[in-house]
Design a protein around this ligand. Structure first.
Ligand SMILES: [Zn+2]
Length: 132
């Protein structure tokens, strides 16, 4: 289960709306599935159908997370026109089996939907998202 404070949910919703119609992305840091900090990242793909974090920026974020004693709880990105479900491209980019892959769908911009998945060896398992 992924536990997300309402303020963090609002943070990623506004980032994803700001980057619309391109996908937006970033990293959740925390402990045991609970998000404690949100790191927004640029999408170097600048695409409405894919995302890629700038590798140096991603390494910097991951280092900062380790140095603050937290874990990389998840990687999030938006889907601007489709459901919050991993695409085949997302599966190819899922390098971290212990991380949650969180997708925010803006298919209905007035009510963004968030879902979270574990992706291990290309197998997708959905987990619960608790917004509190
Ligand atoms: Zn995607």
């Amino acid at each position: 289960m992924l536990v997300l404070k309402k303020e963090f949910f609002d943070t990623i919703v506004s980032q994803c709306l700001r980057e619309f119609p391109d996908e937006a992305c970033g990293i959740f840091a925390g402990k045991g599935g609970k998000v404690i900090k949100v790191f927004e990242s640029a999408n170097v793909d600048k695409s409405p159908s894919s995302y890629l974090m700038e590798p140096k920026e991603q390494l910097k974020i991951m280092k900062e997370i380790r140095n603050s004693g937290l874990e990389m709880v998840g990687i999030y990105h938006s889907h601007v026109a489709s459901e919050a479900y991993p695409s085949s491209h997302d599966l190819e980019l899922a390098f971290y089996p212990e991380a949650s892959y969180v997708i925010l769908s803006l298919k209905d911009k007035r009510s963004p939907r968030v879902r979270s998945f574990k992706i291990v060896d290309g197998r997708i398992t959905e987990e619960k998202v608790k917004i509190e």
